[in-house]
Design a binder for this molecule. Structure first.
Ligand code: SF4
Length: 442
């Protein structure tokens, strides 16, 4: 096997000695040996993946593609070990050599891997690897996690921090943009790195550590700011902290009387569903009202494993919402987005936001025109359940916050009547005057 081409980032997750000890943190080791590439699995459609494995199953499920990849590349690994999130994390695919052994790389991917100095490191869990097409570089999930040369091109209007988070950060790792809520970035570690990540300037670089000093500083700011009633914990992926360390943070937030709700933003159910263990869920449910924003990108991520993880969280009374980034060549059609939204609802996840892709450096190949997003919303609204229609937003560059965008369903006025067009193109009137003149009672 060739030497790793990618620079291995510093990803050790440390915390001060006064925090609970004893649980292993996400290790950054690579899998040792990888045998020959896997033959292409049978084609699956987004809609049939649920039929591939029964949803009722003893133990954590392993869908057939994952089972095939496990047998081919990790032959001695038992199902129990495969479903251990520590094992998955420590055997992430981190190098060009590993990736090249498992995928038939195209010239562009190979070249990007050889350059190796992009904003984001490479990291893919073996589980998520099993969802990638080993042959087709244009497969949506593969595009979203495998580097390409386009990442190295800085497009017009692109920046490392287009949302201006650094300027709205009163203490390191805490963003206070809106009046009543804050974003707390706990660390910069993710099990799998998305090539379109808004925080590519931070994630995977080992510079944002969950040290007690920094987190205490953030808690202190929240304590001193009574207007903050909602804290979103994000990163990096907060669920990559150990149970104890996550609980320490949640307990600290819960001790602040004016913090009404806590939200966790995570991609774990999509990329490492094995992380959702009974022990984790038992701890999380102590801190209600606790909400979760899950990051799903494509219907192929709605596997039996993801289904199980979401079911465990939902059964613990955690309301689940999804956030999806609109990505060119990944999910930019009505059919794909509808399949994703339906898959999420089946997993008891309410589609929450559809994000216009932020103009981070090297993102032009992922960004669609805004018109594409509006067309997708137009293709969903009325044609499927209202619960399946997320709010389409642009996060305004420069720190303006989320701005919702909607197709225009108004068609003008006729006197007091507002003219409206419904989802199917039909025209309707709504009496929108000052109301009828009062009639005197006699
Ligand atoms: S999981 Fe979230 S924070 Fe991590 S790389 Fe993907 S988009 Fe970025």
């Amino acid at each position: 096997m060739k030497d790793a081409v990618f620079k291995q980032p510093t990803e050790t997750v440390k915390i001060s000695e006064s925090l609970p000890e004893g649980e292993e943190e996400p290790p950054g080791r690579c899998a040792d040996q990888i045998p020959l590439p896997l033959a292409a699995p049978a084609a699956e459609t987004p809609e049939n993946v649920f039929q591939l494995f029964p949803t009722r199953h003893r133990g954590f499920p392993i869908h057939p593609r994952a089972r095939a990849l496990q047998r081919k590349f990790f032959p001695g690994v038992t199902a129990k070990l495969w479903n251990d999130w520590h094992w998955q994390t420590s055997h992430r695919i981190r190098s060009a050599a590993q990736l090249g052994a498992m995928l038939q790389l195209c010239a562009d991917e190979r070249q990007a891997l050889e350059r190796g100095q992009g904003a984001l490191p490479l990291g893919i869990t073996p589980y998520y690897m099993s969802l990638l097409d080993p042959v087709d570089p244009l497969q949506p999930l593969r595009r979203s996690v495998v580097p390409s040369c386009a990442e190295f091109i800085l497009g017009a209007g692109e920046a490392a921090d287009p949302l201006g988070e650094e300027e709205q950060s009163p203490v390191p790792g805490l963003v206070h943009r809106y009046p009543d809520r804050v974003l707390l970035l706990v660390h910069d570690f993710c099990s799998t790195y998305c090539r379109y990540c808004t925080r590519s300037r931070v994630v995977g670089h080992g510079t944002l550590q969950p040290t007690r000093a920094r987190l205490e500083q953030a808690l202190d700011y929240i304590r001193r700011t009574p207007a903050v009633r909602d804290v979103l914990i994000s990163g990096g992926d907060p669920l990559m902290l150990s149970d104890e360390r996550l609980e320490w943070l949640l307990a600290g937030l819960r001790r602040i009387p004016h913090v009404e709700i806590v939200r966790i933003g995570t991609k774990v159910p999509a990329v490492l569903p094995q992380r959702v263990t009974p022990a984790l869920v038992r701890r999380l449910r102590r801190y209600h009202p606790l909400w979760m924003s899950l990051h799903f990108t494509h219907p192929d991520e709605c596997t039996p494993e993801a289904h199980r993880a979401c079911a465990m969280l939902a059964d613990a009374g955690i309301p689940l919402g999804s956030q999806t980034v609109l990505l060119k060549g990944v999910n930019d059609t009505v059919a794909t987005m509808r399949a994703l939204m339906h898959g999420l609802l089946r997993m008891r996840v309410r589609p929450y936001y559809l994000y216009q892709c932020d103009p981070i450096s090297g993102s032009a190949h992922f960004r669609t025109p805004v018109a594409t997003g509006l067309d997708i919303i137009r293709g969903l609204r009325g044609f499927t359940s209202g619960y399946a229609v997320p709010t389409y937003v642009v996060d305004a560059p420069g720190g303006g916050g989320k701005i919702p965008l909607m197709p225009d369903y108004t068609a003008g006025r006729d006197g007091d009547d507002l003219l409206l067009r419904n989802y199917a193109g039909g025209c309707y009137r709504y009496p929108d005057g000052q109301g009828a003149a009062p009639v005197d009672c006699v």
